[in-house]
Design a protein around this ligand. Structure first.
Ligand SMILES: Cc1ncc(COP(=O)(O)O)c(C=O)c1O
Length: 358
């Protein structure tokens, strides 16, 4: 097993005479092992591990200069949206949010200042699917960087670099770690010059993850494929159960044939993942809150991607930082409930939803 190098510094024999490591912000052998593993599972050359998913996104946006513009999706994870709008707009970086499942909507926002497309697919929490290959063709035509937040799908289901993305990003806090016991972020790239710039930013800004969290993420990655298989199976069974329930209005899950981006999902993903959202019929904010409060096997909590099932109310939790008008435009209504389906016995999970709906 990789040792946990619980050290901030490394003895030198003479000034500069070290064995590859000087100081743990710049590099730590346990983190290096994780960074190699991240690169390997995403089919990339260079991996970088950060203190959180947002620290990883922060490093990507710092590649840009004032005046540069970014196009992203309009049902982006709330924390990414907050980082873009409330931190980076101050430094004169401009962000556009469009329904990226429609590629022509992306094209309509491109101008000479555009530098980056920021894709998240499937999206959080509306489960829209964005065509990575089509986005990559557009990015190449206009010489833009394409970054894909692969947190929901994981490399078990889709590998964005293979589909033409320049940067793949993860909140490793979720499926890669897999046990809801750490906060870590990741970037993987193929281009050496881009990697050098990102390694520089990682060290210069300092949002690195520690050796213990690196070790835990490495341990999680070992079982990623087995967990994902079960997440997908359980989520499919729950999507079908909810879809046929008389009290449910709509289930958002890309595995349904009538999901607007089902064909793209089928082409670019190996299966449809462990996440879904739904709205109960005639549901209100209060009904949604009552529903999530009455669950017993699903834990009401922020986050996703752990072995234990979680339920969330995006309007008051993950997406509370997006103004109501803005979030409702993309479907994040007050009655929406999001499930991160874990790997428990699926009958227990369905029985729990059943009692909460009755
Ligand atoms: C899709 C997505 N991207 C990024 C993040 C941010 O990651 P972290 O919480 O590790 O900073 C999250 C967290 O929920 C997420 O769901």
């Amino acid at each position: 097993m990789p040792p946990i190098y619980q050290t901030s510094t490394y003895a030198q024999t003479t000034p500069g005479g070290h064995q590859g490591y000087e100081y743990s912000r710049s590099g730590n052998p346990t983190r290096t092992a994780l960074e190699r593993s991240l690169a390997s599972i995403e089919n990339g050359q260079f991996g970088l591990a950060f203190a959180s998913g947002l620290a990883a996104i922060d490093a990507v946006i710092k590649l840009l200069d004032p005046g540069d513009e970014v196009i992203s999706t309009n049902d982006l994870y709330g924390g990414s949206y907050r980082l873009f709008r409330q931190v980076f707009e101050k430094y004169s970086i401009k962000f556009h949010f469009v329904g990226m499942q429609d590629i022509s909507a992306i094209a309509s926002k491109i101008n000479q200042n555009t530098k980056l497309l920021w894709v998240e697919t499937p999206t959080n929490p509306m489960m829209n699917v964005i065509d990575i290959e089509a986005a990559s063709q557009l990015a190449k035509k206009h010489k833009l960087l394409l970054a894909v937040d692969n947190t929901f799908a994981t490399p078990y289901l889709q590998r964005p670099l293979d589909m033409g993305a320049d940067i793949v990003m993860h909140s490793a806090t979720k499926y890669l770690g897999g046990h809801s016991d750490l906060v870590v972020g990741a970037l993987v790239v193929n281009d050496e010059k881009l990697a050098e710039k990102l390694y520089f930013l990682q060290n210069a800004s300092g949002g690195v993850c520690g050796p213990m969290d690196s070790f835990l993420t490495l341990r999680g990655i070992k079982t990623l494929h087995v967990r994902m298989q079960r997440h997908c199976e359980n989520c499919r069974a729950i999507a079908e159960y909810l879809n046929s329930h008389p009290k449910i209005e709509k289930v958002f899950w890309p595995g349904f044939e009538d999901h607007p981006n089902h064909n793209v999902a089928q082409r670019q993903m190996k299966d449809f993942g462990g996440m879904l959202s739904f709205t109960p019929k005639g549901g209100s904010y209060e009904d949604a809150v009552k529903f999530v409060e009455s669950l017993q096997v699903f834990t009401l909590a922020e986050s996703l991607g752990g072995v234990e099932s979680l339920a969330g109310h995006p309007a008051s939790m993950t997406h509370a930082s997006i103004p109501k008008e803005e979030r409702e435009k993309s479907g994040v209504v007050d009655s929406l409930i999001r499930l991160s389906v874990g790997i428990e016995d699926v009958d227990d999970l369905i029985a729990d939803l059943d009692q909460a709906l009755s």
